[in-house]
Design a protein around this ligand. Structure first.
Ligand SMILES: Nc1ncnc2c1ncn2[C@@H]1O[C@H](COP(=O)(O)OP(=O)(O)OP(=O)(O)O)[C@@H](O)[C@H]1O
Ligand SMILES: [Mg+2]
Length: 599
């Protein structure tokens, strides 16, 4: 079978412009997905053709076999009839297997492409669609779109069979064929108007389904809050709010299908009766045999059956709706990386006139900053002042709307992704722990650090002692290691330490840590990572006091900069920290604080 090709890539501007051509983009995506079926699709098409051929000759052969039974044809026709029936069974089995494999390949290709795209979206773009919406596009929609090729092949083979059946009818008697053809334009008109109406309903149905999935995933991720607030009933109502519309659309689909089926149910038997009436007349005039009359009845049924395109039109409209939803994700601009080399600089970060706005509100406002290489800089400020946004900008987890962020003189936006991720490590306030074992979680990243590095990082993050207490140590499965908020935070911090490049950015990684643990972590930052540039969002005076300098943010602007000691003179600065903190301690006094013992 053919090797899988690259999953769907995001569209470039020129590709998007080219989509105004005659082939609509969702059809193009469906065609590309279909091609992934490769050899299996070929086998499926071949067996479908063979089956169609068998179906075509079977009525004639069965007619001859019937004539043979009554003694009007040689007995060998009975053997031919048996052989054809055996081939029909074998062909149908092969066809089923090839169909399944082709669909699986197309669906997998689409899923890999959409998943890659989702993971490559920037923070802003990925927030446009909820997790449930994305999941529905990745699962159900990719499935619908991946199924389309065998349906179309079956339909085309059906059309060929219908044409063949009509030719066979013409060979028996031209009048039979012409009688059948007279009704075809009406049938095509009915199918065409059905496709138009069904397409709009199918698209909306998928959208509403996606919205329910989105609400459900939100509810599941907030299950504890919902339980604590006692709002389960309201939440059930919220999740199911689009259900009436979904119901209406479902009923609409059935209504359309019933209408077209009724039209077909009326038209096709009328056609069959007309053809059979003409055949009866021909039989009484002795122009055709009993066997030919039997074959004509079979052919007219065959032509009617395969011409009935309701199911394939429904499948294709659904597949196109699904492909459109996949394209909506594939068309979203991914974060782009450059190919500039990073000089072996020491890790200086510069912000040049950087601004960020979210929801029409300025969050970072024309920031000019220099974070000197090798320094430990604390970022402080009231909640919502833009600390996390600034930290995300420094690690290019977010791109500015205006201005540039530079690392050692090179804009972060022009660096290749591996180089960027190797140079800057990031620790999150609420880390997502990804990996099979705890060791994997800490090692997770662009490069695979050694076990020694993982252990050293865990020690620095004050995670080593509780990991060692687990039955499997670093090999303990994540699922078997229930962790408190602070423990999970320390494992996440260990991951950042294990990948510390020239820069380490830590966003409120001590939020769930007790004071002593936080001090141990800060001490590791000042001692073990003394040669790196460290930018840490801090809420505690003791952390700010250990820093070489402090950036005080207020409403997205720098309110003050300097050492903690100097800033401390400002009562507004002091008010940022709670009264129970070591606010009056200088750096040397803080360093003398007791360190929490590891073992
Ligand atoms: N994903 C987002 N979408 C829209 N607005 C956001 C988003 N994240 C943050 N903001 C807005 O940006 C502003 C700054 O947020 P940021 O998270 O940087 O604050 P912070 O200083 O880290 O606060 P905290 O100390 O509470 O963590 C906030 O007012 C917030 O409303
Ligand atoms: Mg924050």
């Amino acid at each position: 079978m053919t090797p899988p090709s690259e999953p769907p890539q995001p569209a470039s501007e020129s590709e998007r412009a080219a989509r105004s051509g005659s082939w609509r983009s969702e059809d193009r995506l469906l065609a590309r997905a279909a091609r992934q079926g490769g050899g299996w699709l070929l086998l499926m098409s071949l067996t479908t053709l063979v089956l169609a051929g068998i179906q075509l000759v079977l009525p004639a052969v069965l007619g001859r076999a019937l004539d043979a039974v009554v003694g009007h044809a040689p007995r060998t026709w009975l053997v031919w009839a048996a052989a054809l029936l055996a081939m029909l069974a074998l062909g149908a089995a092969l066809n089923e297997v090839a169909d399944g494999a082709a669909v699986a390949k197309s669906t997998a290709w689409l899923r890999v492409g959409v998943l890659r795209q989702i993971l490559g979206l920037g923070t802003r773009q990925s927030q446009r669609l909820s997790a449930g919406e994305l999941a529905s596009r990745l699962s159900a929609n990719a499935d619908d779109a991946g199924k389309v090729a065998p349906d179309v092949v079956q339909f085309c083979a059906g059309l060929l069979t219908a044409v063949g059946a009509l030719v066979a009818l013409a060979l028996i008697d031209l009048r039979l064929c012409l009688t059948f053809l007279a009704g075809i334009p009406l049938l095509l008109w009915a199918l065409h108007s059905f496709a138009g109406r069904a397409s709009g309903i199918a698209q909306r149905y998928l959208d509403v389904q996606g919205s329910i999935a989105g609400r459900l995933v939100d509810a599941l991720s907030g299950a504890r809050t919902i339980a604590a607030a006692g709002t389960v009933d309201q939440e059930v109502r919220r999740v199911l709010a689009p259900l009436p519309e979904l119901h209406e659309l479902g009923v609409g689909t059935w209504r359309e299908q019933t209408r077209i089926m009724a039209q077909e149910a009326l038209l096709l038997p009328l056609l069959q009766i007309a053809v059979l009436a003409v055949a009866g007349v021909q039989l009484t005039h002795g122009r055709i045999t009993v066997g030919e009359m039997f074959a004509a009845a079979q052919y007219v049924a065959l032509a009617s059956g395969v011409i009935s395109g309701v199911s394939v039109v429904s499948q294709v409209t659904r597949a196109r709706g699904a492909a459109r939803r996949a394209l909506d994700v594939l068309d979203t601009a991914m974060v782009r990386y450059g190919s500039e080399e990073l000089p072996p600089g020491p890790g200086q970060i510069d912000f040049h006139d950087v601004s960020v706005a979210t929801g029409g509100r300025t969050v970072i406002d024309g920031l000019d900053l220099c974070i000197p290489a090798g320094s430990l800089v604390a970022l402080v400020g009231p909640s919502g002042s833009g600390k996390s946004t600034l930290a995300a900008l420094a690690a290019r987890l977010l791109d500015p709307d205006h201005g540039d962020v530079l690392l050692d003189g090179v804009a972060l936006s022009v660096l290749p992704k591996p180089e960027l991720r190797r140079a800057i490590a990031y620790g999150f306030e609420r880390p997502a722990l990804i990996g099979e074992t705890l060791g994997d979680v800490i090692a997770f990243g662009e490069d695979q650090p050694s076990h020694e590095t993982v252990v050293r990082a865990a020690m620095a993050a004050q995670a080593d002692f509780f990991i060692r207490r687990l039955p499997g140590g670093y090999d303990t499965k994540l699922a078997d290691a229930p962790m408190s908020g602070g423990e999970a935070q320390r494992v996440g911090l260990a991951r950042a330490f294990a990948h510390a490049g020239r820069v380490v950015v830590l966003d409120d990684v001590a939020a769930s840590l007790d004071v002593a643990t936080e001090q141990s972590v800060t001490r590791a930052l000042t001692e073990e990572f003394a040669d790196r540039t460290r930018l840490i969002v801090a809420h505690r005076a003791s952390t700010a006091a250990r820093a070489d300098s402090v950036i005080w943010l207020e409403r997205g602007r720098v309110r003050g900069m300097g050492t903690h000691h100097d800033l401390w003179r400002n009562p507004e600065y002091r008010s940022l920290f709670g009264p129970d903190q070591h606010q009056t301690l200088g750096r040397s006094e803080v360093e003398a604080l007791p360190i929490r013992s590891g073992a």
